[in-house]
Design a protein. Sequence first.
Length: 304
Amino acid sequence: MNISAIIKLTVSMALFGSIGFFTVHTGVPAIELVFIRCICATLFLGGMWLITGGHKTEKWDKKEILRTLLCGVFIVLNWVFLFKAFEEMSISIAISIYNLAPIFVLIFGALFLKEKMTIQALLATLTCFIGSMFIIGLNNFMSLSEFMKSGFIWALLSALFYAFTMLTSKTITKLSSYALTYIQTTVGIIILLPFVNFSLFGDLTTTNWLYILGTGFIHTGFVYYLFFDSIRSLSTILVSVLVFVDPVVAILLDMLLLDFMPSFMQTAGIVLIFGGIFYTIYVPKKKRMPRSKSEASATEPPHL
């Protein structure tokens, strides 16, 4: 067992879990935050790519580059929608809905890749859907506008676009992790530049900037380095177990530092969602069909 890799992945997941706490203290909207995050990540990962000499041994393929560019669009939209969700709802609820991504991968695999949907996957999907309804509490909204402002749609879109990211990235096999992420974050800088309101940065405090740079260099650059450096030495099952460090840390920080206290129904919804995901991943192999490509990618963590 690679203890070093386990520690690196655990630390990366714990740091991922704190991104919501950092986000609410940055003082900038989602688009501006993702833009700065892309700049920081591009600098950090590009530097690591050069230092490690990976740029000299890359295997460039035109089709993979095009897929990587598309993947970059997906992951940037994933980040923007997630941070928008953080603006409208509690971190715990947003993260719980965001972690529906593995379930969406299974659904899309069945719809578009003609993968066979197992009974376990169907049960897990239904469980997660019921959980999401418990979390958002549809009976609390008297109009469509109130529902749209709840943040549920943003969190759901973030999960959907991460599922698109996972499915697309599975087709990229030749590029290194550094090259893949470097291209993605560069795409983010380019597509977000026209929409950034630079005047918003003028009134930020030193504390705001520390949180902003933290989401860029720590949660994107450093965490991606730890993540990619560790998962290649660990089994898929072990990676899947450690994935749950992320939402646990996010929910604990939300409760301890931001005074969030879920209602009984919201707690039940959170349990149902993670129970459904856990069931999808950990049903004993004897009871499961052979893992399809979409099921394999579903066990990958929705890293931020």
